[in-house]
Structures are given as C-alpha cells and as structure tokens.
Design a protein around this ligand. Structure first.
Ligand code: AKG
Ligand code: FE2
Length: 216
C-alpha cells in the first residue's frame, strides 16, 4: 500500500542518480575577475563542476566529518558547521577533488608561484550553520598575498565580503552546485568573508577550500 502511493519514486531517484553520476569539470574559460580594491580580487565561475550534486552525496557520505567546539568568552560553543581537513600529502576523499586541485594549480601557477596543496571541507547542514566574518589569515596569509580557491557543492549559500577596516558588505555571491570562487591578492588581509546564517529553507552545502602550503 505504502509503495503504491509513491509509484514514481524509485524510477525518479534512479534517473537522477544516473545523470548525477557523470562528475566532470567544464573549462575555466568563463572565469571572471572582480577587483575588490587595487590589491584584492575575486575570480568567479558559476557551474564549473557538472554532476556536483552527485559529488555532494559522495562526500557527505564518505568524509569523516567532525563536530568541533570552541571556547567563546566563558562558555564552550559548538562550531556551527561540520569540518574535515586534508593536509599536504593526505589522500583526498574523491578523485574529483584531486582533479580540481591539479587544474587550479596549473591555471594559477604563474600568478600564484606555488601549487594548492591542502583541502579544508565544511558541511553546512542547514541555514543555521554558518561561518562568522574572518580572513584566512592564520599563517603566511597574515602578511603575504596568496589565494584560496573554493569549490561549492549542494544548495547555494551566500559568501559575503566586507572590508576588514570596517564598512558594510560590498559583495554577496550565492555559491553551490559546482560553482568556483577564488579569493586572491590581499583578500585575506584587507577583506573579511562570511557565510551568514539564513532563515530561508535551504538544503545542505559543502565547501571545499584549496590553499597553498602554510595558508590557513
Ligand atoms: O563556506 C565557504 O565557502 C567559506 C568557508 C571559509 O571561509 C573557511 O573555511 O575559511
Ligand atoms: Fe575563510
């Protein structure tokens, strides 16, 4: 009886899965650069990865996601997202991430002068998960220009930018379903970024951040 009420469901799931199984990157030809100031920029390419939803499902299932806690004033609070980190030389959880890192390293080789080596992953379970305003300025990025490249999977969430010196949000990029964004130049020192909480009904999103050695 129960199955008869949803006659289309097994077939529908099957066809979606087949389509999504084809995980492949498009070209980087459509990458567009936006200058935030004379020394900081954002490269953006919507829909770089085709089959991004299939990759989302695989990473959601196979990455050993960690829930973390951080001290905040007198209390210990849950970090509002799940995390995983792959340091230099650690095997990545999916060959598509190896390909992404290689392709980005080649594309930016001349400008960056070194490869992307680490991968940080965040899983935003719903609109209550977020990352507060910050720059990735632990380590070398505190003093030197660098790049952080982000591949976004699952439901789009806004990545917002504001100047570190104060002032309102100047740019909000909705990122999900295979979109690529690269923060470059002095972005981590001169600007802050955040994924704000949202009261909209949103599904989960995974962010994969590729960084060069010594950048966090
Ligand atoms: O979710 C994102 O795309 C950004 C994550 C981020 O800024 C970070 O982990 O440093
Ligand atoms: Fe960040």
């Amino acid at each position: 009886m129960t199955a008869a009420r949803h006659p289309a469901l097994p077939g529908l799931q099957g066809s979606l899965f087949d389509q999504g199984d084809d995980i492949r990157f498009g070209t980087l030809d459509g990458l567009r650069r936006t200058a935030l100031d004379s020394g900081s920029w954002i490269d953006h390419l919507p829909g770089w990865l085709h089959g991004a939803d299939a990759l989302f499902e695989e990473l959601a299932a196979r990455v050993p996601w960690r829930a973390e806690e951080r001290p905040m004033y007198d209390a210990v609070v849950a970090v509002p997202r799940l995390l995983a980190h792959y340091g230099e030389g650690a095997p990545l959880p999916h060959p598509a991430l190896v390909e992404a890192r290689q392709t980005l390293s080649s594309h930016y080789a001349a400008e960056l002068g070194e490869p992307f080596v680490t991968a940080g992953l965040c899983l935003y379970r719903d609109g209550r998960d977020s990352v507060a305003w910050h720059g990735d300025r632990t380590g070398r990025s505190a003093t030197r220009d660098t790049m952080v490249a982000i591949l976004s999977l699952g439901d789009p969430r806004d990545l917002a930018f504001r100047p570190r010196s104060g002032g309102p949000t100047v740019l909000r990029l909705p990122l999900g379903h295979g979109d690529l964004v690269v923060m470059g130049g002095a972005c981590q020192r001169a600007w802050e970024h955040a994924v704000p909480k949202t009261s909209r009904a949103v599904g989960p999103r995974i962010s994969v951040q590729f960084r060069p050695r010594g950048v966090r």
